[in-house]
Design a protein around this ligand. Structure first.
Ligand code: UDX
Length: 445
């Protein structure tokens, strides 16, 4: 009999994982404690913008015409406990308010709610990003509170927003932390298809599995801050960080990806994960090992302030009072509607606080941006945002912005000055349309 799978928590990670498991052929039951999310998902819709996810859901959600019917959603822990052989826990682990540490309350309450309903044989699989040591603690909790024969495994998730479906169905690697051969066997069965297609399957212990995730994100954050540090030096020395990144990236040991200098990283993962990692290392007495991450974080935060200063220079060097600033981009990256810790909105907010009249436009992030920064002005298009602007800031590299016609924008802007905070626009195209183009870490023409 094929395994039955439940997925607990239906955010970016959980909703995608549930749909992907159904795509792999399993019967899946997704749970969330928010009834509105369940209602939405049950009709094949998702509460966020993630390319391809709605199509995947519609292929499987029960009750939708033509679907396989393999995927259902519920708010009932009892139903989840009775249904599943394998329970994936995919809840959020945000940064604690005012602290570096990670807030484990959603994970803890998911385990506490699930455990009493596990009466038979089951494997609980943690996917959330957690401080190392959590799995061992949660395994004890299951042993104490689950009446059945229940085991834990840890299986970190590496999906990127904007590519969640692709990353889940065709992962770079699958990492499982297990305490027994049985747990490994069950997870090999779950992931048989991607492993068959060539995804490496790495088996390890709990602490290593937990650490793989935080180490990977720390490495990526470090790579971005490294190139941003080089951008600072390039600006001081008159060098070009885009050429530099291209040239060092040809060395396969370094690689070309994640070397785009600009306003830095944001989102719901990299910033909070490196902070939580530092906090946890401190608790373990290993804080010295990660002091470099403090520098990674501060280089990253400095990028936002630097963009504000470039904008100030562009509007005359004094105050922003009476100056109109167009901000293109609100999300922390393109192909997502996620504005969590977004460098674009942070820069927009700082300039507004200093008296600038800021107008923001983003292809998909407007609703979330309005909720988070209700006092900023929003325009319905890039053209409207740029109308009357003294300076244009390009802060999220949506394709739509790369395809803008600088000639047309130039006709409505008050001044033709563009600051490229993502090194993604074509300087040639903008300059030949009469714009002063300035980018982070590149020479001023
Ligand atoms: C990240 C990890 O990539 C993923 O493996 C993990 O599971 C979750 O965290 P995500 O947050 O979706 O994924 O975004 P990612 O694509 O990694 O980008 C993070 C931030 O770095 C974005 O703000 C992006 O704009 C920025 N970035 C990325 C750069 O500034 N320069 C780069 O070269 C690459």
């Amino acid at each position: 009999m094929a395994l039955k799978i439940t997925v607990i928590g239906t955010g970016y990670l959980g909703a995608t994982h549930a749909a992907a498991m159904a795509e792999l052929g399993f019967e899946v039951l997704g749970l969330d404690i928010v009834p509105e999310k369940i209602e939405l998902l049950s009709t094949g819709r998702v509460p966020m913008y993630e390319p391809g996810l709605e199509d995947l859901l519609r292929r499987h959600v029960a009750g939708i015409e033509g679907s396989t019917g393999r995927l259902r959603f519920t708010t009932s822990w009892e139903e989840v406990g009775a249904f599943g052989d394998v329970h994936f826990v995919c809840v959020n682990t945000p940064q604690k308010h005012g602290e570096y540490a990670c807030d484990m309350s959603y994970v803890d309450s998911a385990f506490a709610s699930l455990a009493p309903h596990l009466a038979g044989q089951a494997l609980v699989v943690g996917k959330s990003t957690v401080p190392v040591g959590s799995a061992e603690r949660l395994a004890r909790l299951l042993a104490e509170q689950a009446p059945g024969d229940v085991e834990l495994a840890w299986n970190p998730e590496f999906l990127r927003e904007g590519f969640a479906v692709e990353d889940t169905l065709h992962p770079d690697r699958i990492v499982v932390g297990v305490g027994s051969a049985h747990a490994e066997k069950v997870l090999r069965e779950v992931y048989a298809t991607p492993v068959g297609e060539g995804s490496p399957f790495v088996v390890t212990d709990f602490p290593t599995a937990e650490l793989v995730k935080t180490a990977a994100n720390s490495f990526l954050a470090t790579k971005i801050s490294f190139i941003n540090a080089m951008a600072e030096v390039c600006e001081a020395a008159g060098g070009d960080v885009v050429k530099l990144a291209e040239a060092i990236g040809h060395d396969e040991r370094i690689g070309r990806r994640f070397l785009r200098a600009g306003v830095g990283f944001g989102g719901g993962c990299l910033p909070k994960d490196i902070r939580a990692f530092m906090a946890r290392a401190g608790e373990l007495g290993a804080d010295q090992a990660l002091t470099f991450l403090r520098e990674v974080d501060s280089i990253n935060m400095r990028r936002r302030g630097h963009m504000v200063e470039l904008a100030r220079e562009a509007v005359g060097g004094g105050s922003f009072l009476g100056k109109r600033v167009a901000v293109l981009g609100a999300t922390f990256k393109p192909d997502s509607d996620d504005v969590r810790d977004s460098p674009a909105l942070n820069v927009a907010g700082q300039i507004q606080l200093q008296g600038g009249q800021v107008t923001v436009y983003d292809p998909k992030g407007m609703e979330n941006a309005r909720r988070l920064f209700p006092t900023l002005a929003y325009a319905d298009s890039a053209l409207e945002a740029v109308r009357g602007a003294d300076v244009v800031l390009h802060l999220t590299e949506w394709r739509e912005f790369r395809e803008l016609d600088p000639e047309v924008l130039g006709e409505v802007a008050s001044e033709r000055i563009v600051l490229d905070g993502r090194n993604a626009l074509d300087p040639q195209v903008w300059r030949s349309a009469g714009w002063t183009y300035r980018a982070m870490g590149r020479p001023v023409a």
